[in-house]
Write a protein that binds this ligand. Structure first.
Ligand code: B4P
Length: 196
């Protein structure tokens, strides 16, 4: 199994790059953001709860997100690998993921962190907000708050993986295809190292 975490601040291009990566490497795409937005669209009780947090730019409670990932892993028992997009975002989520993968005798092979400067992030999110209809895109103050929450709650998760030397920093500035090439180079290098 090759399991990849795509990590980075809101607007760094995780969703954009994930679509291309799952196609190239045949991984199952698990985006907690997409899963939550599906629950909201279907007006499920989970979606109603999640919306309260997402509209304010806050993180959805850990137990909700971890439960969703657990059931997705169960649904894809034969997967050759997963791409975790936007998960884990807290220390508790990272520990839960380790436990869930341990049960499958699997591990995280690589944590790819997309580095993008804050002004570019806000610019992209403002632009996305013009067409996305996403309530968390609508307001620049909420976008800045999401960047602050990333620094406070999510960035420390990178240090958790840094200790086991599974982290690759990827320059996320530039054209989508350029960023994709950089990501593929890091993934191919890791795959080669694991197979030798
Ligand atoms: P997510 O759905 O994960 O999305 P995101 O962080 O906003 O954006 P992403 O990095 O995927 O950027 P994208 O490719 O769209 O999170 C949404 C919310 O869900 C969170 O705030 C939280 O409330 C909740 N949530 C999700 N997971 C959670 C968890 N694990 N725990 C708790 N809560 C959770 O790119 C952004 C824009 O830039 C797009 O318009 C794109 O077209 C453009 N773009 C991408 N690459 C570009 C490039 N190279 N150049 C120019 N533009 C580019």
């Amino acid at each position: 199994m090759f399991n990849l975490i795509l990590f980075g601040p809101p607007g760094s291009g995780k969703g954009t790059q994930s679509e291309k990566l799952v196609e190239k490497y045949g991984l199952i795409h698990l985006s907690t953001g997409n899963l939550l937005r599906e629950e909201i669209a279907n007006k499920t009780p989970l979606g109603v709860e999640a919306r309260n947090f997402m509209d304010k730019g806050q993180l959805v409670p850990d137990e909700v997100v971890i439960g969703m990932i657990d059931s997705c892993l169960e649904h894809h028992k034969e997967a050759k690998g997963f791409l975790f997009d936007g998960f884990p975002r807290t220390g508790a989520q990272a520990e839960a993921l380790d436990k869930l993968l341990h049960l499958k005798k699997a591990d995280i092979a690589l944590v790819a962190i997309l580095d993008v400067n804050e002004e570019e992030l806000i610019k992209r999110l403002v632009h996305r907000g013009k067409t996305s209809g996403r309530s968390d895109d609508a307001d620049e103050n909420i976008q800045r708050k999401r960047q602050d929450i990333y620094k406070k709650e999510t960035l420390p998760v990178a240090a958790y993986y840094q200790r086991s030397k599974r982290v690759a920093h990827i320059d996320g500035m530039g054209e989508v295809d350029q960023v994709f090439e950089r990501l593929c180079a890091a993934i191919d290098k890791k795959m080669k190292a694991l197979s030798s």
